[in-house]
Design a protein around this ligand. Structure first.
Ligand SMILES: NC(=O)c1ccc[n+]([C@@H]2O[C@H](COP(=O)([O-])OP(=O)(O)OC[C@H]3O[C@@H](n4cnc5c(N)ncnc54)[C@H](OP(=O)(O)O)[C@@H]3O)[C@@H](O)[C@H]2O)c1
Ligand SMILES: [Zn+2]
Length: 333
């Protein structure tokens, strides 16, 4: 996940003379809480403005086009793409300044903005426009001015609108296909309205009695996303089938096993990036009883079958977030 984090005045101003415009302790605290343990990416000017050098307990990345630039406690990269490519396994926070924000907008999944309710007349660095056809407000929290904060401000988290990639009306082709609300778009020309709802998906828990007690059937993912990590059998439901039929079909496709009986356990919402598009899913977990587990063999989306004792299962070995959360829940952790 790539997040842009910035404190922005009402007129978009973010800096003057390579300095921040405001001193807001609660904003600093939120910045620290969000970014600690993750990667922060910044331009060379912002790096040079840090009063104590590298930000502690974070991986610091500095962008510069100078090839001999040295930044103590930080890694130096010559382009934003190269820097982001090294952050696939971690959350990256783009922390400024103006030139880096401008380039990172197209890559960001989320904007964590502190909107400072003030309009400075003197500023030389500005945040790019936030297009409300691309972004929608997921969360807002206002903080009044007080003895520690000279200005009132609002924390605003923007997420990319789930239909941001859908620029044109699919019915008439009009480019005036505008955000209707956080989950729909509507065509200003023909009135066509499209609501985006999660796709149904299923996950199977299959148990057998091993010599040392129960074992769960896990598979290794053969395909991206998260290829090579552990998974449970399952997948998207097809149109016109029940999710009970869907989970049986997926188990058959990935393991060859015939499910005799299913029992619904719980569901988890998830995000699944496929082909550059973030699919929202609702993953439904089922306990699946199988009469004969001896014939299990990996096929389709699975490259390997593993029977693991629950006590030996590490949830972090599962590459998909909802499966990781589901495994924790199944293990009672
Ligand atoms: N309000 C906030 O939340 C906030 C946060 C951070 C910063 N700021 C403010 O923003 C202002 C600084 O913004 P800025 O635009 O002047 O500076 P900046 O973005 O911090 O740094 C610009 C420098 O980054 C390097 N750079 C830019 N794009 C690059 C790329 N694609 N590949 C490699 N290197 C690249 C270049 O360094 P070289 O010249 O070395 O090649 C460029 O001169 C300051 O006023 C600061 O206080 C505000
Ligand atoms: Zn239309």
């Amino acid at each position: 996940m790539i997040t842009i984090i910035a404190a922005i005045a009402e007129n978009g101003a973010i800096g003057l003379d390579n300095k921040l415009l405001y001193w807001l302790p609660d904003d600093m605290r939120r910045f620290r809480q969000l970014t600690t343990g993750h990667t922060v990416i910044m331009g060379r000017h912002t790096w040079e403005s840090l009063p104590k050098g590298a930000l502690p307990n974070r991986r610091n990345i500095v962008l510069t086009r100078q090839n001999d630039y040295v930044a103590a406690g930080a890694e130096v990269f010559a382009s934003l793409d190269e820097a982001l490519a090294t952050c696939r396994d971690d959350d990256a926070y783009v922390i400024g300044g103006a030139s880096i924000y401008g380039q990172a907008m197209a890559h960001a999944d989320r904007l964590c903005i502190t909107r400072v309710h003030d309009t400075p007349t003197d500023a030389d660095a500005f945040f790019p426009a936030i297009d409300d056809a691309e972004w929608h407000v997921a969360h807002e929290q206002r903080h009044e001015a007080d003895e520690r904060h000279a200005q009132a401000f609002t924390f605003i988290d923007y997420e990319r609108h789930p239909l941001a990639l859908f620029r044109y009306c699919p019915r008439c082709g009009s480019p005036r296909f505008a955000v209707n609300n956080g989950k729909s778009k509507r065509c200003d020309d023909c009135g066509f309205t499209y609501y985006f709802n999660p796709s149904a998906a299923t996950v199977a828990l299959i148990e057998r009695q091993g010599t040392d007690g129960p074992e769960w059937l896990c598979v290794r993912r053969a395909k991206d996303p998260a290829r090579g990590t552990l998974d449970l059998p399952g997948g998207f439901s097809d149109m016109y089938e029940t999710s009970e039929q869907g989970v049986c079909r997926e188990v058959k496709e990935e393991t060859g096993l015939d499910v005799a009986d299913v029992e619904f356990l719980f569901s988890m919402p998830n995000l699944y990036v496929y082909s550059g598009f973030t699919v929202h899913t609702i993953d439904m977990f089922y306990r699946c009883r199988v009469a004969d587990t001896r014939t299990a063999r990996a096929a389709d989306d699975a490259s390997e079958i593993l029977w693991l004792r629950p006590a030996d299962i590490d949830p972090d070995a599962f590459g998909l977030d909802s499966i990781r959360r589901g495994i924790r829940r199944l293990l009672g952790r």
